[in-house]
Design a protein around this ligand. Structure first.
Ligand code: TRP
Length: 332
């Protein structure tokens, strides 16, 4: 069977440069390169509900993230690009998986354990944990198995969830004699980890993210905040610095010009201006496309719905087969 690459994007918050370098750009590249594979990229909007995201925020994030992926060149004819919530078959599969999943497997899920550890009051440690968060890996497994994904590009923190999906697929196959594809996680090794505005790894949990679509003025403030060392003004600057990573990531193919700048004795201030200009230049064209798309919600909506009939047909075929296999059959 040919490869099927699938990954979900949780629509929470504004997309930042870390998402761009670590997920969006590599996924679009993958869809472009993968002549032998089908790609599925979807907005995991029902997963966002587990975090209690405010309704308007969820709606806005869905809009923003869909426009962002398209602005960076995702071709909806090459890759399936859709919302999880437009494929209700996911829930039917999710229930079937729930019924073969040992509860202990969910107890051991990192996401659940982390939420539990965060509870201030250890006595009622489950009080603020909704069942959606507890069974999060089951919905995720359904996303994956419904389209028989073989390769699932994710961050390290999601690998356990893919293993759950694989385990559940094996259980279903063994139990009812189905032939669900067994997915494997693909953790990008070459993915660039960008620094945030405090010089540490860019992450929502550190509150140091640099949103992709900030105005250039605000961008230069965020970059100005990155801590620098006390190298003398005219001295070469160390290349193991966060600003080197940032400038290199956005200078296109001319990485030598960044090295030359660091060697030249340019001041940190000059380096910051260079990094900011490089980011702005790289984002110029996508920003124009983004603004166009952001203003045309009808076009975005149509784009997300474009291939839903095809997807649902595939999904419905699998569900029909599984229903019959588990014993849910017509009486005549
Ligand atoms: N849990 C993933 C995240 O938080 C999002 C996601 C939902 C996903 N369903 C998926 C990722 C299926 C890969 C495959 O990033």
């Amino acid at each position: 069977m040919s490869r099927r690459i699938l990954t979900g994007i949780k629509p929470t918050g504004s997309p930042h440069l870390g998402n761009l370098a670590g997920a969006i750009a590599p996924a679009i590249q993958m869809a472009h390169d993968a002549a032998d594979a089908q790609c599925f990229f979807f907005l995991a909007d029902f997963h966002a509900l587990t975090g209690g995201t405010a309704p308007d925020e969820l709606h806005a994030a869905t809009h923003e993230i869909a426009a962002t992926w398209l602005a960076f060149g995702l071709d909806p004819k090459r890759a399936f690009f859709y919302r999880q919530s437009d494929i209700p078959e996911v829930f039917e599969l999710s229930w079937m998986l729930t019924c073969v999943c040992p509860k202990g497997m969910m107890n051991r899920s990192h996401a659940y354990k982390a939420a539990k550890a965060d509870q201030a009051d250890k006595k009622g440690a489950d009080d603020n944990i909704n069942m959606g968060l507890f069974t999060y890996p089951l919905l995720m497994a359904a996303d994956i198995l419904l389209f028989q994904a073989t390769d699932v590009p994710v961050g390290k923190d999601q690998v356990q969830h893919i293993e759950v999906a694989r385990d559940l697929a094996q259980r279903v196959n063994l139990h009812v004699g189905s032939n669900l594809a067994l997915p494997k996680a693909v953790v990008a090794e070459s993915g660039v980890l960008l620094p945030g505005s405090d010089g540490r790894k860019m992450s929502k949990s550190y509150g140091n993210t640099i949103p992709i679509w900030v105005e250039p003025k605000r961008l230069s403030k965020l970059i100005a905040a990155i801590p620098t060392d006390s190298s003398a003004k005219n001295a070469p600057k160390p290349k193991n610095h966060a600003l080197h990573v940032l400038a290199t990531a956005f200078c296109g193919t001319d990485t030598q010009s960044v090295d030359a700048l660091f060697d030249s004795g340019a001041s940190w201030h000059e380096i910051k201006i260079f990094a900011c200009d490089a980011i702005c230049a790289q984002l110029l064209e996508p920003r124009r496309k983004y603004q166009e798309l952001a203003q045309d919600s009808a076009l975005l909506e149509r784009t997300l719905m474009l291939r839903v009939p095809e997807l649902r047909e595939t999904a419905a075929n699998l569900i029909a087969e599984l229903r019959s296999k588990v014993g849910i059959r017509r009486l005549s």
